[in-house]
Ligand binder design. Structure first.
Ligand SMILES: *[C@@H]1O[C@H](CO)[C@@H](O)[C@H](O)[C@H]1NC(C)=O
Ligand SMILES: *[C@@H]1O[C@H](CO)[C@@H](O)[C@H](O)[C@H]1NC(C)=O
Length: 271
């Protein structure tokens, strides 16, 4: 499930032309759908209807698509998936600027657990001990009236995370039961709060990219499950390159992951 804004048509098309176009990965069926809200601009709303008719992969929630309503998008996505995808073993929530890698995810899941196992899984890059933003000027401002504790429960970064079917059911039910504060907490924090209420613990996986951008490196991108901040043009380019040449060896993959991490940190340090 890709959360996307109505205006991001190019990002959606880049995803359809790359990882979102996959229908079978490692012998398993995969499907990519886009979750959008209502566009306030009538021209854009019309384009969205045309796109939905042509592609058949858009789901529209009943809320105005704005930044502060992102949590409502997640709420719609959880409810929709719970209701209409009873046969899906896993759901990945992915932002539309993320280069996602279903094959790397399935490889990881296969190694770490039986993919058909019924247990709870809430997997991604886990943020630990994050404090609510109490700065009234910030776009993530959360007054103590809306959320009194001084720290959030640990949660998976919202750029990309994965839920097993059982975790999805529990989190989605907890989400529909929880009263919505105003303003809403950020969507990933909201999922973390619902997960805690449902007794589902987040699991960390370093193959999901964190805050710093990961400079392009073929073998590293082949091993990572998600890399974010990727513009549509780069997505097409990287995807083709990652899949063109012969696959990277196991040793090369291991080494390049370390190199990528260092390069990402250096990139941040050098600004
Ligand atoms: C999972 O691992 C088994 C054993 O190594 C392999 O046969 C199977 O193809 C793998 N499945 C996926 C989806 O990677
Ligand atoms: C969120 O969506 C609701 C329902 O469409 C709308 O009434 C509200 O104005 C939106 N909130 C923001 C901050 O855009």
């Amino acid at each position: 499930m890709v959360t996307s804004a109505p205006a991001n048509q190019r990002a959606r098309q880049a995803i359809r032309d790359t990882w979102g176009g996959e229908v079978e990965v490692r012998g398993l069926r995969v499907m990519t759908l886009f979750m959008v809200g209502v566009a306030s601009d009538p021209g854009l709303a019309k384009l969205l209807i045309e796109e939905a008719r042509e592609k058949g992969d858009l789901i529209q929630g009943r809320f105005l698509d704005t930044y502060s309503n992102l949590t409502l998008k997640t709420l719609s996505m959880l409810g929709w998936t719970r209701r209409f995808c009873p046969q899906a073993h896993f759901m990945a929530k992915v932002d539309d600027d993320v280069l996602f890698n279903p094959s790397a995810l399935l490889h990881f899941l296969n190694r770490s657990r039986n993919p058909y196992e019924q247990g709870d899984l809430y997997l991604g890059r886990v943020h630990l001990h994050v404090a609510p933003d109490r700065d009234p000027e910030s776009k993530h401002y959360l007054p103590s009236g809306a959320y009194p504790p001084s720290v959030f429960p640990d949660y998976c970064s919202g750029t990309a995370y994965v839920l097993s079917r059982s975790a999805l059911l529990k989190i989605s039910l907890a989400a529909s039961a929880s009263p919505l504060s105003t303003p809403l907490p950020p969507e990933d924090v909201f999922v973390g709060l619902c997960a805690r209420a449902a007794g589902v613990l987040p699991s960390h996986c370093s193959l999901f990219s964190g805050g710093p951008g990961v400079p392009y490196w073929r073998c590293c991108y082949q091993a990572m499950v998600s890399v974010h901040h990727i513009p549509p043009r780069d997505m097409l380019h990287y995807w083709a390159d990652v899949h063109s040449s012969p696959p990277c060896s196991w040793l090369n993959l291991r080494a390049s992951l370390g190199i990528c991490k260092v390069r990402a940190m250096l990139g941040t340090a050098l600004g």
